[in-house]
Structure formats: C-alpha cells, structure tokens
Design a protein around this ligand. Structure first.
Ligand code: 13P
Ligand code: SF4
Length: 321
C-alpha cells in the first residue's frame, strides 16, 4: 500500500486561531504523542512531547503506546515510527518532507548495486525508505553507527549505504573497510573548508563541531564530529565559550537553552549569511501540524509484509543499544 498524494488545505485554517493552544488541545483529545527532530523550528520543538536525534526518536517511537504519533521530522522518521507501531495512527504534517539521502536511494537501484557485493553485511543508515530497510541486514543512525559496525564479525565484509560521508567517517573510526553507496545530504555537503577557515580566523578559541554527513575535508578540521545529540552533549560538557556549528541550524535552539553563556556560531553556507537549513525538515509548519492532528492526515500507511521485513534490521539495531 502506498501513501496517496495529499496536501493539507491551508485555507481551511481560521486566521484567528491560536494554533499552539489548538494543537495542545487536539493532542490531549486524540491521545497523541508529538515527536520532533532537533532540526524542527524552535516553536515546533517547544510543542513536542519529545525532541531528539534519529536514534532517540526511534527509541521513543519503540516505547510509544499512543493512539496517534504526530511526527515532526521527515518521511523516513515517520515511517520508522509506523514500522515500530503498526497499531498507531502515524501522521506526518507534510508528505513532501523527504530527505535527499532517502529519496536518492531507490530500492530497485539499491538492490542492483548490492549485486556487486554478494556475501557482504548490508548496514544501512536509518535515512532510507522502508523498502531499502527491508533489503538491509542492520540499520544504524549517526549516534550508533560505530557500535553497529563494530558488532559485525571482523571476517565479514560490509557495505554501507546510503551516505558516503558517514560511511567514510565510520570506516575511519572503526578501521573497517566498507563499500560505500554514493549518496549524500544536500544540507551537509554545503559546508566548505574555505568558509570554516575564515570563521576559525575570526574566532580562534571556538571549537568546531560538525555532523558526520559533512565532507572528509570538513570533519578533518573538526574538534568533534557526531550526531546531533552528540553535538549537544559536547557543547554542554565542554568549557569553551564559543562553538562553530556544522549542521542544520535547528539544533541551536536546544544548544542555546543548555549553554546560554556560550557563543554559538552557525557556519554559513554561502558568501552571505545564509545558514544551513534542511528544506524538508522545515516543511512542518504550525498550520500543517494543526491540520494533521485535526484530520489525522496525511497518515503513513504501509504494506504489512514490507513492514515485517523492514522491522527486522531495525530491531537488530535497537537491540544493540
Ligand atoms: P541525527 O542522527 O543526528 O539525528 O541526524 C539525522 C539527520 O538527518 C542528519 O542530517
Ligand atoms: Fe536528510 Fe540532510 Fe535533511 Fe538530514 S539534513 S533530513 S540527511 S536532507
């Protein structure tokens, strides 16, 4: 079963409505759980019952007993919640909230690519569709990728998909050679060493922290490379007074709460001052969140046989944590 095209009727939202109050009211009425990724707008993060990185959100989804899960993130995250909670109604405010990694790794092409790597263990980043998960051996996130790779016996060969940068970074951390699928994130690929060098000259004391989806030349300069939750932990625990942040700027909202004393400097992605925004994550507006809760649409629907297949490698990952 596939999700039918659906676009929320934004004109049906009364202009005078207090959207935040209405969303809270509907959440209680429908016994809904609101999950949000760190890349959501601050107002969305503050509305959520739980805010986290991909791993924490998958774990939270695993524990969920809610009738409704409203996922303020991107499609593969909501799909993961559905795989783990088949009896809950899982809604994503905008079905167009994709991910450049997931959308450019079609299951058919991936299957063909895997033909060149028989007898390899297939480790797939959670940023992929349910159909790709279904043909993988084990899933990982940027938080637990090192642990997942280390769980594979050393005599086994590994393929890693779909993010080549994350794969290359994990290969460096674990010393394991891996065949890498050539995917990339359109957001993290925009960080350049030129722009970072200019910022380092301006803020010599600042620590550079980046996400492993960045290019090797960028991670090579970093004081810390890790998932969004890892970056948050680093900023909280480090004595430095300034940090250069190499990921989507949504993360700054939680960082500011935890380190109000520190200067948090997002790395610009062009010669002006445009910061790194994930166009998919930012599709979840308050209006669409309200409509999703009001109408319980668009709902994530999934064929049960596919769900069962995708569940296996996900469970394997979750059992390692
Ligand atoms: P995290 O694993 O840090 O949540 O990252 C997910 C993601 O999409 C990064 O672009
Ligand atoms: Fe996908 Fe990149 Fe957006 Fe993360 S930031 S959801 S990897 S497009």
């Amino acid at each position: 079963m596939r999700n039918a095209p659906y676009y929320p009727d934004l004109n049906s939202v009364d202009a005078d409505l207090d959207l935040i109050a209405e969303i809270r009211r509907l959440r209680d009425e429908k016994r809904a759980l609101i999950l949000a990724h760190f890349y959501q707008e601050p107002v969305v993060q503050d509305l959520a019952d739980f805010v986290g990185d991909s791993l924490q959100l998958a774990q939270e989804a695993q524990k969920a007993k809610a009738d409704v899960i409203l996922f303020c993130g991107v499609h593969f995250m909501a799909e993961t919640a559905k795989i783990l909670n088949p009896d809950s109604t899982v809604v994503l405010p905008d079905l167009n909230a994709g991910c450049s990694l997931a959308d450019r790794c079609h299951a058919e092409i991936f299957r063909e690519w895997l033909n060149d790597y028989p007898d390899h263990v297939v480790i797939t980043y959670i940023n992929c569709s349910a159909a790709v998960k279904a043909i993988s051996d084990i899933i990982c996130t940027s938080s637990n990728a090192v642990r997942v790779v280390n769980s594979v016996p050393s005599d086994k060969r590994i393929v890693f998909a779909p993010d080549r940068h994350l794969g290359r970074w994990i290969a460096g951390q674990t010393g394991r050679e891996m065949a890498l699928y050539p995917g990339f994130c359109i957001v993290h690929e925009q960080f350049t060493t030129r722009r970072i060098a200019a910022l380092k000259a301006k803020y010599p004391e600042a620590k550079l922290i980046v996400h492993p989806e960045c290019d090797a030349s960028v991670t090579a300069m970093a004081d810390f490379t890790g998932s969004t939750a890892g970056m948050l932990k680093f900023v909280t625990g480090n004595q430095a007074k300034a940090f250069l942040i190499g990921t989507e700027t949504g993360i700054l909202h939680q960082m500011r709460k935890l380190r109000p004393d520190a200067e948090l400097i997002p790395i610009p992605v062009d010669s002006g001052c445009s910061y790194s925004l994930c166009p998919y994550m930012k599709l979840n507006t308050l209006e669409k969140i309200y409509l999703a809760l009001r109408d319980l649409k668009p709902e994530i629907v999934m064929d049960e046989a596919l769900r069962q297949k995708a569940l296996k490698p996900l469970k394997r990952m979750l059992s390692l944590n």
